[in-house]
Write a protein that binds this ligand. Sequence first.
Ligand SMILES: NC(=O)c1ccc[n+]([C@@H]2O[C@H](COP(=O)([O-])OP(=O)(O)OC[C@H]3O[C@@H](n4cnc5c(N)ncnc54)[C@H](OP(=O)(O)O)[C@@H]3O)[C@@H](O)[C@H]2O)c1
Length: 416
Amino acid sequence: MENVTLCVPRPSSQQDPHKPVLARSQLPAKLEGNHVLIKVDKFGFSANNVTYQALGEAPHFRYFDFHPAPRVDEASPETHGVIPVWGFGTVVKSTHPRIQPGERVYGYFAPTKYLLVPVSPADVNKYNFHIPRPHLPADRRPYNQVVRCASDAQYDPSPIAEDLTMLYRPLFWTAFWCENWLDAFSYRDADSFLISSASAKTAFCLAYLIGKRKKTTGKSITIVGLTSKGNVGFTRGLKLYDSVVNYDALESPGELKPSTRKWLYIDVAGNDKLNERVSRHFSESGSLVAGIQLGLTNLSPSAPAASSTKFTTNTSLSAPAPSKGPFEMEQFFMPEWLAVQRTRLRVDEITAMQATAWSELMRDGRDWVRIEYVRGGIAVEQAYREVAQKGTDPTTGMVWSLWDGTEFDRKAASKL
Ligand SMILES: NC(=O)c1ccc[n+]([C@@H]2O[C@H](COP(=O)([O-])OP(=O)(O)OC[C@H]3O[C@@H](n4cnc5c(N)ncnc54)[C@H](OP(=O)(O)O)[C@@H]3O)[C@@H](O)[C@H]2O)c1
């Protein structure tokens, strides 16, 4: 059986990272023991996946170490990486006695038609099974988990619910646990939030969650979004921020004038120059209590600094003292905080918190973005090139599939 996988050049290969490859490989006729073959039906794609690509070889993240590229003429594990994607699939073959063909699953898959993965033999339960990845740190376990939809309380089989799940589940839980982390430090006593790349799903989900806490606690909190000029209209239209300011207007008098307010800056853009401006802007009044690095939407696949990026979340449960001079960004990396919360909260508590938050998101966020489908290898390859060159459009939630489109054409691919 033939497989097709979207692969991208590794930064270390010195090849142009904007030029992906559709790698055609053969799947084994017979599966080894404790393996499953998943037909990857569809997956979401956003700036988050571009970050996975840009940090594919970064030592702290190693996003290319989840799914090795196939060894074929056009790609190899040494020269190419496979960008992880969150998607839905169907088990088509299984050699694990407790997993049967036909089962619907959700997980951290690859942009491919078929995904062949081993299963940890003893790590299979009613809710999920795990892909063994002993070469990766233990806190990456959530990425190794394949969710069994039939037992997933958050699963809704309608196509729109599946699409929203692929788009929001990874980003919403980042925003959710980041807000939970900030709340564990009493928001550092801040009463005002400034969020960069405010049009990104991760950013506006965070604004949504801070807004919900504002309503339930009655606290007086101001949430300001910082975004590109072209995305101001979309971001305002979400009605999740109290105000939205474009990057050029950061220093203009207005919403962001230094004042007696205490600001917490959440950086989703990952742009050093912008962060320096934010630091300078608030430095005289000393009104910035902390800067948190949450995302890196400004990373492009060819970003030279990407490989040196480091993330370590403060999990000590005591807030660092506010810095007096130019502030140093603190990091938030969701798996690290989640690993801490798993030791502090019972599983059923976490499940209940998440179930409530998810059903509210599905009620409130259905119309935040328009869903756009891209089907077939050639179309997906083209869509990837556009995203790599121009960035992602916040108004659109992209759902891609290697299936059902133009048939893979080896001649066209060889022109890349
Ligand atoms: N720390 C963690 O544990 C964690 C977990 C999940 C996600 N994240 C990160 O959160 C970030 C947001 O991801 P998302 O999927 O929510 O984003 P998204 O919805 O695809 O965001 C789209 C927005 O990102 C900005 N953007 C996109 N491409 C760009 C480019 N090439 N150059 C400059 N800006 C660009 C623009 O925002 P503006 O115009 O508003 O700047 C654009 O409107 C990613 O970097 C992701 O890795 C972090």
